[in-house]
Design a protein around this ligand. Structure first.
Ligand code: TXA
Ligand code: MG
Length: 326
């Protein structure tokens, strides 16, 4: 990777901060992370404090490559290596049995650890030079919308996180696919851009959703990634009706729609393509949220496999849909 002098200086500053136990905003191809030394209890504690995240929610450890698997995980199954070979660096997090040294604060006290090698060139550069693992949850306050630009991270944390590496807009825009390989069958704990079919080409049949005894995934809370604005997920037909009804009650309404606007309802239109939609989703939610309407009406994309990860995020954004919604 060729770096201009500004980028090189920013990278040096990020590394220096990480080495002295500070946390930094780090771009990845999925969303921006709030990164700190995964082996430093003080850095990890700082991440939790900044996010306002409950202590039992584990963090993903970001690593520089496949070689690091055995540094963090034990009894690594061949399937984990095959998945890492196929998809790392990339938007895939593997849940594996942890090495003894992995901090309880990182794993939420569980016997497993989440590992991911991101493919954003700045993240990879930092990881390679840092040498160790970087614990990095999405760089948003707990329960809020994940950031996909450096400006979003600054909005979330301001001066509390002085170093935010600017890697531009995240390419994927939604969080990594999480695959749990710590049990007897592989399971997708969180859907992402990397879909079931692509994974199954490597793993064979894979189960979706957490088992009862599965480790906790904070992204699995019903209400997550939530805007402040009361948000409803509706069909296109319902949306127009609902907007009229709410307005008649004196409420202001914005819409997030697929491919084209709904006549007479202001808001944002995202592409009728799951990848392009995912890329823009969180930025659009932030932008609409900042307009402080009384309601945000979101048109549900088609309920097809290709839209699965996007639908998952939208379902959580709208988890507080009021009872009188259609
Ligand atoms: O794309 C991503 O994964 C982004 C970027 C920054 O890499 N990170 C991210 O981190 O989304 P976070 O903390 O917002 O979400 C990580 C998810 C959480 O839902 C957490 O519960 C789950 O990973 N997780 C981490 N370690 C786990 C473990 N040992 N067992 C089960 N789930 C785990
Ligand atoms: Mg998150």
């Amino acid at each position: 990777m060729k770096l201009g002098p500004d980028a090189a200086a920013a990278l040096d500053a990020a590394l220096a901060a990480l080495r002295k136990g500070d946390v930094v905003g780090l771009p990845t191809e999925t969303v921006y992370g709030l990164a700190g030394d995964a082996s430093d209890p003080a850095a990890v504690a700082r991440i939790f404090a900044l996010k306002g995240r409950p202590a039992d929610h584990p963090l993903i450890v970001h690593v520089a490559g496949i070689e690091a698997l055995d540094d963090w995980a034990r009894d690594v199954p061949p399937l984990a290596r095959r998945l890492a070979e196929a998809f790392w660096p990339g938007p895939l997090t593997l849940i594996l049995r942890k090495q003894a040294h992995v901090l309880d604060a990182v794993t939420g006290g569980q016997d497993t650890v989440g590992l991911r090698c991101p493919r954003h060139p700045l993240a990879l550069n930092v990881l390679k030079r840092f040498g160790g693992g970087l614990a990095a949850p999405s760089a948003n306050r707990f329960g809020r919308i994940s950031p996909t630009t450096a400006a979003h991270v600054r909005e979330e944390f301001g001066d509390a996180v002085p170093v935010v590496l600017d890697g531009g807009e995240c390419e994927v825009g939604i969080e990594s696919t999480i695959v749990d390989l710590s049990g007897t069958t592989p399971r997708i704990l969180r859907p992402g851009r990397l879909g079931k079919a692509e994974l199954e080409a490597i793993t064979g049949p894979i189960v979706e959703g957490a088992a009862k005894e599965s480790p906790r995934v904070s992204g699995a809370l019903a209400s997550h990634y939530a805007p402040h604005t009361r948000t409803e997920l509706l069909t296109r037909e319902e949306l127009g009706e609902r907007a009229r009804l709410l307005r008649a009650r004196g409420e202001t309404v914005l819409a997030l729609t697929v491919g084209r606007a709904v006549d007479g309802v202001d808001g944002r239109v995202l592409a009728d393509d799951p990848d392009a939609y995912g890329h823009d989703l969180y930025a659009a939610l932030r932008e609409l949220d900042a307009r402080r309407a009384d309601r945000l009406l979101v048109e549900a994309p088609p309920r097809t496999r290709a839209w699965f990860a996007v639908l998952d995020r939208l379902g959580r954004a709208a988890a507080d849909t009021p009872e009188d919604a259609p």
